[in-house]
Ligand binder design. Structure first.
Ligand SMILES: [Zn+2]
Length: 69
């Protein structure tokens, strides 16, 4: 059993340029959460995910505070 289940080895090694940070990266792009279609590098994808998560969390916290008062 030496066959690994890789979806698409060629796509995984493709070069992309991240429009967000301008850096080149190799591999699968991450989808920007800003418009759900811009392909960005995994690092920016992670940054966006954390940023949006934090914003979402803050919004909910604020709302719940307002509701309680
Ligand atoms: Zn980037």
């Amino acid at each position: 059993m030496s066959k690994l289940s890789t979806d698409n080895p060629k796509a995984a090694q493709k070069r992309h340029k991240c429009p967000k940070c301008g850096k080149e990266y190799i591999g699968y792009p991450a989808l920007s959460r800003e418009d759900n279609k811009t392909e960005i590098c995994p690092r920016c994808g992670l940054n966006e995910a954390l940023f949006f998560y934090a914003e979402d969390l803050n919004g909910r916290t604020c709302n719940s505070w307002f509701k309680e008062e």
